[in-house]
Ligand binder design. Sequence first.
Ligand SMILES: CCCCCC/C=C/C(=O)SCCNC(=O)CCNC(=O)[C@H](O)C(C)(C)COP(=O)(O)OP(=O)(O)OC[C@H]1O[C@@H](n2cnc3c(N)ncnc32)[C@H](O)[C@@H]1OP(=O)(O)O
Length: 392
Amino acid sequence: MAYLAWRLAQRSCPSSLQVTGFPVVQLHMNRTAMRASQKDFENAMNQVKLLKKDPGNEVKLKLYALYKQATEGPCNMPKPGVFDLISKAKWDAWNALGSLPKEAARQNYVDLVSSLSPSLESSSQVEPGTDRKSTGFETLVVTSEDGITKIMFNRPTKKNAINTEMYHEIMRALKAASKDDSIITVLTGNGDYYSSGNDLTNFTDIPPGGVEEKAKNNAVLLREFVGCFIDFPKPLIAVVNGPAVGISVTLLGLFDAVYASDRATFHTPFSHLGQSPEGCSSYTFPKIMSPAKATEMLIFGKKLTAGEACAQGLVTEVFPDSTFQKEVWTRLKAFAKLPPNAVRISKEVIRKREREKLHAVNAEECNVLQGRWLSDECTNAVVNFLSRKSKL
Ligand SMILES: CCCCCC/C=C/C(=O)SCCNC(=O)CCNC(=O)[C@H](O)C(C)(C)COP(=O)(O)OP(=O)(O)OC[C@H]1O[C@@H](n2cnc3c(N)ncnc32)[C@H](O)[C@@H]1OP(=O)(O)O
């Protein structure tokens, strides 16, 4: 539908610059200056050049939405009718940003534009080695700057649901981060969600071997994916910018610090989905928060506020949403100035006793889930989600 909308929009617009009514810019800025202050943002807008590489439609929608959010705040456009495809696609993209602060939207806009522009890598205004953005990711924005590698989930219109491609890209980004010269690695989400967990459409693409083969493939993928978090050698920090669901919550037990906006919530509705815990949460959650509290979350699906998750020990500290990004990144930059070897060795000392146990837990959870995915309980829950009526 979004594709159709864009085709219609392109027919009625004189140039690709105007397709979405917002400027697609190529930034020629010092990367160290890419803190999206209003001035930076305005400078960027003044340095408009058409991108040599025409971004895809999904990206254009993201740019449109971020630009509107950065300049006007949360979506103020009346919800269009079903047949107004162009406006509906724009409304969906803008609305998906929820209450994302203008400052964060400016930053995301700048990040996204610079990730689209290969020529930035060779810009003479880029200070070598101060900030690197990895290209070649469809579902993530990965940057490395000031000793911090940031891996940002980047499917905001799908609430950063983790599809198969994203599982693979996160593993690839983590492997690269484990070898780069950063001191800490940060995971965060673009838009109003941290992540809505496993993309439930992952269950729909059935291979020739049928649902059994699909369940087996998913179990293999999940085991490898969680294994990357267990083995990650540097401090892994979650910057939980909004609600987190499912596997994006359970994995937090494997992080070294979790900073959350007071807008964030933590929800693991596994029983409702006919599924069972993963991400080693069957082991880490009872240890972190007591068996009874873990049961409330993992079996009964109790959704925790950020404050509650902090009281249970799952979250390290909670910040007001209005100052969240500023306060957290200031702190992370200070961490990243610590001596790298001491940091890495300390993590090893703290974590190594548990590693073997965690791999065993991971293997068992994946086996159990493989069976769950073939159950009627799970199938019905996924079908119910995917066949939800449009909320129009
Ligand atoms: C290799 C396999 C490994 C599996 C590991 C096991 C992992 C388990 C889990 O993670 S279990 C948790 C799974 N997640 C969920 O059950 C969440 C499902 N989503 C929702 O309940 C809601 O979407 C919401 C509460 C997150 C947000 O609600 P709302 O604010 O009303 O927004 P929308 O529902 O309209 O969402 C916008 C857009 O995003 C799509 N979407 C959101 N989450 C998911 C998802 N998890 N999977 C697939 N799609 C998702 C939603 O369908 C909308 O798309 P649309 O605009 O309709 O195209």
